[in-house]
Design a protein around this ligand. Structure first.
Ligand code: CP
Ligand code: NVA
Length: 298
């Protein structure tokens, strides 16, 4: 594996399958997993909210025998203009890996450039690679394999969608992304994609015969002032019973959470028989264990 995990593009196909296999093994072992990270310390620097990613990363580290230090960016000297480069070099002397959740993807790239330790993207405005790795693990668990499936993304062309696109580029599965006009994934995220990635504006076309139906919030962190406009613009892109009805009968419905019931997904679908959202959330713990081992012990 490369030193850092900033985007799915940092991984090869073999890296992705090895991480998923290791995560599945760690899940099976549960409390009997070896303490492979004893004596190692992970720092978490977050300046956006998080429930799942923060807690599962901290817990992953503790369960493998290591420790974790949570740093709210506003409590560090970065809030008083200490540079990313200086922070990266200092933290590299104390920590064995650093996970960052922030707005600008470029600032995480800069941190990785100056840090001697692995830097993990725990979500930026552009990508959320760890999320999609645990989602892929969930697909593998539920469907047996990822290849040959039709995976649909319904809604905003956001950080999670962009990471799904990058995963389709590396693994080659068929991905249909349907977003309202003006909300398609950025051309930067689509650069280099092949014919297996289709971008469209008709959500029913994307969902038809899908094996996996994926969505996310219409308003991501940092976009709160656009919420009313987005609720208007995303009408017709709700994952609801009608949409699930045109997918394959054994479709799995995924959402990285947190969800806004009644907006991007109905409560009936989220709580319904096709939904795997809580298994998907659980898998973050195991994929994070595999990622931390992969990067720290590489
Ligand atoms: N899915 C996810 O990243 O959730 P959190 O924002 O709670 O970390
Ligand atoms: N797209 C969402 C994902 C949250 C896990 C956001 O960035 O807020």
């Amino acid at each position: 594996m490369k030193k850092d995990l900033l985007s799915i593009q940092d991984l090869t196909k073999d890296d992705i399958y090895s991480l998923i296999d290791r995560a599945i093994e760690l899940k099976k072992r549960g409390r009997s997993a070896e303490r492979t990270l004893e004596g190692y310390v992970l720092g978490l620097m977050f300046d956006k909210a998080s429930t799942r990613t923060r807690v599962s990363l901290e817990s992953a580290m503790l369960k493998l025998g290591g420790s974790a230090i949570f740093l709210s960016k506003s409590d560090t000297q970065m809030s008083r203009d200490e540079t990313v480069a200086d922070t990266a070099r200092v933290l590299s002397r104390y920590l064995d890996a650093l996970a960052i959740r922030t707005y600008s993807h470029e600032s995480v790239e800069e941190m990785a450039r100056y840090a001697d330790i692995p830097v993990i993207n725990a979500l930026t405005d552009l990508y959320h690679p760890c999320q999609v790795l645990s989602d892929l693990m969930t697909v593998k668990e539920k469907k047996g394999s990822i290849e040959g499936l039709k995976i649909a993304w319904i809604g905003d062309g956001n950080n999670v969608a962009n990471s799904w696109i990058k995963a389709a580029d590396v693994l080659g599965f068929n991905l249909s992304v349907a977003s309202p006009p003006g909300y398609s994934p950025l051309s930067k995220a689509l650069e280099g994609s092949g014919q297996n990635v289709r971008v469209m504006e008709d959500p029913m076309e994307a969902a038809r015969d899908a094996d996996v139906l994926n969505t996310d919030v219409w308003t991501s962190m940092g976009q709160e002032e656009q919420r009313l406009q987005r609720r208007h613009d995303f009408k017709g892109f709700q994952v609801n019973g009608t949409m699930v009805g045109i997918c394959r009968p054994d479709v799995i419905v995924m959402h990285c959470l947190p969800a806004h019931r009644g907006e991007e997904i109905t409560s009936q679908v989220l709580e319904g028989p096709n939904s795997v959202v809580f298994d998907q959330a659980e898998n973050k713990l195991y994929i994070h264990q595999a990622i931390l081992e992969g990067l720290i012990l590489r």
